[in-house]
Ligand binder design. Structure first.
Ligand SMILES: [Cu+2]
Length: 158
């Protein structure tokens, strides 16, 4: 009975993508000893928000927390059937960003995006103090349609 309950909770945690304000540790691996992290972000992960989502999140209803002073390697996958999508780290407000807010924190051509069923990898370093950001698709119109997650840089313990 307990096992059944565990499986149910596991299922809810990993496959329910429309929970409001969810934090998403399953997309992130952090190694505190080397100050590195690996983050996976999938555009059009499911049909939420008509596919204009990142890992199933949109309109900032999903939050990714990363420690300060960490080198983050982002693997971005476009799972959309037809649409180009992109990914960039931007500031926490507004819908008119056209470039990443930190050096290196986007795919090569964020306004253009990458083709369906392709991927891109980029790396950036989080600042040495807590900050609020968004991870967003910068294809024209997509940010305004809600294609962004919240990303918080958190204090580390050392
Ligand atoms: Cu997009």
């Amino acid at each position: 009975m307990l096992t059944l309950l565990s499986w149910f909770l596991y299922f809810m945690l990993f496959f329910t993508s429309h929970a409001p304000r969810s934090s998403s540790p399953q997309w992130l691996r952090v190694d505190p000893t080397t100050h590195t992290a690996e983050l996976m972000v999938i555009a059009h992960y499911n049909d939420m928000n008509n596919g204009y989502n990142l890992n199933g999140g949109y309109n900032g209803n999903m939050t990714i927390n990363i420690p300060e002073r960490t080198r983050v390697t982002v693997t971005f996958i476009n799972n959309a059937p037809h649409q180009f999508h992109s990914l960039a780290l931007i500031g926490p407000h507004g819908l008119s960003a056209r470039r990443p807010i930190l050096t290196g924190a986007s795919i090569s051509f964020p306004l253009q995006g990458i083709a369906p069923h392709s991927h891109a990898i980029f790396t950036f370093v989080t600042p040495n103090r807590p900050r609020h950001y968004r991870l967003a698709c910068l294809r024209p119109g997509h940010l305004g349609y809600g294609m962004y997650l919240d990303l918080n840089v958190m204090p580390s313990n050392d």
